[in-house]
Design a protein around this ligand. Structure first.
Ligand code: ZN
Length: 69
């Protein structure tokens, strides 16, 4: 039986998952009243159908999420 070693189909390079790992921690006061954290994960969320991006923050302490446009 003949095999074609030159026709292997696994040549795709490993790419980073752009939906994960894009968060960047930065200093941002949490707006939650019962939280005094000053650190939040920062993500850029491209708006479908729009030409601008929305900044999405997630508090590292309480997990509160808010956006800043
Ligand atoms: Zn918080």
């Amino acid at each position: 039986m003949m095999t074609q070693d030159g026709q292997r189909d696994n040549g795709a390079p490993a790419v980073a998952d752009t939906t994960q790992g894009s968060a960047e921690m930065m200093n941002e006061p949490c707006p939650a009243e019962d939280c005094d954290s000053n650190r939040a994960n920062h993500e850029m969320m491209p708006k479908p159908g729009g030409s601008y991006e929305v900044r999405l923050f997630t508090c590292v302490e309480c997990g509160h999420r808010w956006r800043e446009s």
